[in-house]
Write a protein that binds this ligand. Structure first.
Ligand code: S3P
Length: 417
């Protein structure tokens, strides 16, 4: 059995930097992910007057400026490829009433931003998107009032933006979620002494006196672990032990789905990093069969669907995913990208409006993958490419830098029997 420690969780790293920035006093952050997406958040906070250390190490101390201590950025805030940066900062800036403009790369600029702009406007914010409903987002200064909002799409980013706006503006916010989404924001706010609770399907934030974070320990990224789990299940590596991975139930849907496919995956050494559960995940080569995935389980595995599609291409029988239309507005149209690339390497797959069907086989997979600059497409096909008998090349392997800059080194290491 080989053992790996993975880089810190991306979702939690963004939140750690943002909440530390608006807290009172110093926060020590351990295990922050040094990746391009998190750097986008760090640089934006720096432009708002927060001293964020350079992201070249995994431990840092941030001296919070408090909720009223942020300053209006004098430059456009470039969110790069990061949807979490754009949407959470829209909420932060609206709450603080700071004029700003959020921009991003071509992929991020095409992603939907009305879903965050509309509820912020309903809180009284002066916020506009481009005519197409994307970036740039322009924010003016205005005072916010309390909000009760029912999200049309399940989105942890939108929920988090609204909770942040309420936190900074010191108003009550209630977000009614059609389906629960990852709750890292709620857990971190609770750790900081803020009253965030559930009322039925509503996530409610009460105005807080102060927010104080001491030490934030960030677990290994559950979404990143899925690629190594997939590699081990398909026999591309020996059994793997992945240490201290975040196993928040809002993130482990792919593990549940893989177990339904027949995967041998178990958790050991379960404990807590503050409010977040972590475990060592053990994955062993397994015989897999196709399954059906859909409905309320989608938010907890949305980021892992490209990997699940690639794993399904080596399972026995058919895997059908539906109810995952959100995949079309991620870093790329992941339904199209997954299906086109599976076909390009010789697997059988077809598109559905809101998902895909993959038929597994054991024929060798060969061909060239177009990543569309999407890190998760690159990593999912990187797993297939690492299997014995595969001959897969990628057009832009370096796009993994947004979430896991050392991915290719780790894959090379894990496949060395
Ligand atoms: C994220 C939430 C999810 C996820 C994204 C990160 C977050 O997006 O797909 O990779 O950090 O809150 P949505 O909230 O848009 O579904």
């Amino acid at each position: 059995m080989r053992s790996f420690t993975l880089p810190g969780d991306k979702s939690i790293s963004h939140r750690a930097l943002i909440f530390a920035a608006v807290s009172t006093g110093r926060a020590r952050i351990r295990g922050v992910l040094p990746s391009a997406d998190v750097a986008s958040t760090a640089e934006a906070l720096t432009a708002m007057g927060v001293a964020v250390p350079v992201l070249d190490q995994t431990e840092m101390v941030i001296s919070g400026v408090g909720r009223r201590g942020l300053s209006a950025p004098q430059v456009d805030l470039d969110c790069g490829n990061s949807g979490t940066t754009a949407r959470l900062l829209a909420g932060l800036l609206a709450g603080a009433g700071l004029p700003a403009r959020l921009i991003g790369d071509a992929s991020l600029s095409a992603r939907p931003m009305r879903r965050v702009a509309e509820p912020l406007r309903a809180m009284g914010a002066d916020v506009t998107t481009s005519a197409a409903g994307g970036l740039p987002i322009a924010l003016g200064s205005s005072a916010l009032h309390s909000l009760t909002w029912r999200s049309e799409v399940p989105s942890a980013q939108v929920k988090s933006a609204l909770l942040l706006a309420g936190l900074v503006a010191e108003v009550r916010v209630a977000v009614d979620e059609p389906v629960p989404t990852r709750d890292h924001t709620e857990r971190m706010l609770r750790a900081a002494g803020v009253d965030v609770h559930l009322e039925g399907t509503q996530v409610v934030l009460e105005p807080a006196d102060r927010i104080a974070l001491d030490t934030i320990e960030i677990p290994g990224d559950c979404s990143s672990s899925a690629f190594l789990i997939g590699l081990a299940l398909l026999g591309g590596s020996p059994a793997l032990a992945l240490r201290d991975i975040g196993v928040n139930p809002g993130r482990t849907g792919a593990i549940d789905a893989l177990r339904r496919m027949g995967a041998s995956i178990r958790f050991e050494s379960e404990r807590g990093y503050g409010e977040e559960p972590v475990a060592t995940i053990i994955a062993e080569p397994s015989a897999l069969r196709g399954i059906t995935i859909g409905g309320a389980e989608i938010p907890a595995l949305i980021d892992e669907l490209p990997l699940l599609a690639c794993v399904a291409a080596r399972a026995e029988g058919e895997t059908r995913v539906s109810g995952a239309g959100e995949l079309r507005v991620k870093e790329s149209d992941r339904i199209r990208a997954v299906v086109e690339n599976l076909r390009a390497v010789g697997a059988e797959a077809e598109e559905l409006a809101d998902g895909f069907v993959v038929r597994g086989s054991d024929r060798p997979l060969r061909g060239t993958v177009r990543t569309h600059g999407d890190h998760r497409i690159a990593m999912a096909f990187g797993v297939l490419g690492a299997l014995p008998g595969s001959a897969i090349t990628l057009d832009a392997p370096s796009c993994v830098r947004v979430s896991w800059p050392t991915f290719w080194d780790t894959i090379a290491d894990a496949t060395r029997f």
